[in-house]
Ligand binder design. Structure first.
Ligand code: ADP
Ligand code: MG
Ligand code: MG
Ligand code: MG
Ligand code: MG
Length: 440
């Protein structure tokens, strides 16, 4: 039986009525084209065409006809839909009508970068840790009112938070996730659910699915789940630490039992490459104006460009486990990022480090936040860009990441950053009114 007939049989057996063909725009937001299950065969054999020009940063009017081709491995029934009108989804690749991949599709950019690493024998694994807040819905609208007063690893924050988290985990599990752990985070109403690492394409798909499922389940419980980086001033923001490792010949290429810290040459070069491109990666990993309000001292988020095997204040930490769990943890990304582009930029930077055998700076074993500015200067510890327009400038000057993304994506990222920054820059914010209205 062919792959396609197997898939069609599965769709029928699951009594699926509608199929959502999903893909991501430049900002990593899910877009859908829904088709009745009857159209499944056509979708799986020829693809389904759609108008790409209506999607921000996607296609120009004159090249608007695009084709969605479902990736069979991403089939999942949406567990929260009733059985009588069951809905399944596929994550799709975007093609031009002539059958060539569309270079504005972030999933394609990641696939291309993974293929380049594969030519050198590497597979790239990522384990993203998503944090989010659950806020109250008030009069049918999302608010920033806390739903609970729990703290880090609290056992029973409130019954509701526990129940919602359990519902989210059940839904994700039904959609094929292997959940490793979940806990209440440091801030009130803040949570983290961790799933098992895997191939970066699969985990990027997982990030997108995670956000969409979490928001849906929260809403069914009359709560608003937000992945905004810093929704409330004065408390921790939400991060999406990205644990990364390369495997070669089925073995973890970051592990070397014969070095003093059991880290391989590859891992050192990879770290050096990522540190070299840290400023431009920030544009991708921290893509909103608000993202930069998380990247400030005092809230467990990184600020300084350094790595460490022991302390959590560095941009890159090397968690203690070794063997197949040997990994580096990039701590700057936040969950508003486009995971496809974020993983592609980390991989491209790391691979460049390996190709050029770049050496990382010394391990910053001291708490970098406790160092004086002079001490940091002496240790050559630079800082991450402080706002979106600055990180965007670094990206535009970064030949490696720009060529990884290609002209289409780079150009779209540039105009999105400029528009967002301009709108923010010219808006009068409540802070300004509070500071100046009566003083002047
Ligand atoms: P933390 O101590 O930073 O809170 P967590 O336990 O919350 O870490 O998350 C660790 C993440 O790292 C998990 O998603 C896990 O699957 C992932 N991970 C484990 N081994 C690897 C590896 N070899 N490569 C990439 N990610 C890994
Ligand atoms: Mg964690
Ligand atoms: Mg943990
Ligand atoms: Mg956490
Ligand atoms: Mg972590």
């Amino acid at each position: 039986m062919s792959e396609i007939s197997r898939m069609l049989e599965r769709i029928e057996k699951d009594k699926v009525k509608f199929i959502r063909l999903q893909f991501s725009d430049i900002q990593g937001q899910i877009k859908n084209v829904a088709i009745p299950a009857m159209q499944a065969e056509k979708a799986l054999t020829q693809g389904i065409s759609f108008d790409g020009s209506s999607i921000e940063g996607f296609a120009r009017i004159e090249e608007s006809d695009m084709l969605l081709k479902p990736d069979h491995t991403t089939y999942a029934v949406l567990p929260w839909r009733p059985e009588e009108s069951r809905v399944a989804r596929f994550i799709c690749d975007v093609y031009r009508p002539d059958g060539t991949p569309f270079e504005g599709d972030p999933r394609y950019i990641l696939k291309k970068t993974l293929a380049e690493a594969a030519e050198m024998g590497y597979t790239f694994n990522t384990g993203p840790e998503l944090e989010f807040f659950l806020f109250k819905m008030i009069n049918g609208k999302p608010s920033i009112e806390f739903q609970d007063q729990g703290g880090y690893f609290d056992l029973a924050p409130t019954d509701l938070a526990e129940n919602v988290r359990r519902d989210i985990i059940l839904a994700l599990t039904e959609m094929g996730f292997e959940i490793e752990a979940s806990h209440h985070e440091v801030a009130e109403s803040q949570h983290e659910i961790d799933f098992k690492y895997g191939d970066a394409l699969k985990t990027a798909d997982n990030v997108v699915t995670f956000r969409f499922a979490t928001k849906t389940i929260a809403l069914l419980n009359n709560l608003h789940a937000t992945f905004m980086a810093k929704p409330v001033y004065g408390i921790n923001g939400s991060g999406m630490h990205v644990n990364c490792s390369l495997f070669k010949d089925g073995k973890n290429a970051f592990f070397d039992p014969d070095t003093p810290n059991q880290l391989s040459r590859d891992s050192q070069h990879f770290i050096a490459g990522v540190l070299n491109h840290a400023k431009s990666i920030t544009r991708i990993a921290n893509p909103t104006v608000n993202s930069y309000k998380r990247l400030v001292p005092g809230y467990e988020a990184p600020v300084y460009i350094a790595w460490s095997a022991s302390n959590r204040t560095a941009l890159i930490r090397v968690p203690a486990p070794r063997g197949s769990s040997t990994r580096i943890e990039l701590r700057s990304p936040d969950p508003t990022c486009n995971p496809y582009l974020t993983f592609a930029s980390i991989l491209a930077a790391g691979i460049e480090g390996i190709k050029n055998e770049i050496e990382p700076p010394a391990d910053a074993s001291k708490n970098i936040f406790h160092m004086t500015e002079a001490e940091r200067k002496q240790a050559h510890i630079d800082t991450l860009p402080g706002d979106l327009i600055t990180s965007n400038r670094y990206l535009m000057e970064d030949d490696l990441i720009c060529s990884t993304f290609g002209e289409h994506v780079t150009g779209a990222l540039n105009s999105i950053a400029e528009m967002e920054w301009d709108s923010y820059r010219t808006t009068v914010h409540p802070w300004e009114v509070e500071q100046y209205l009566t003083r002047y």
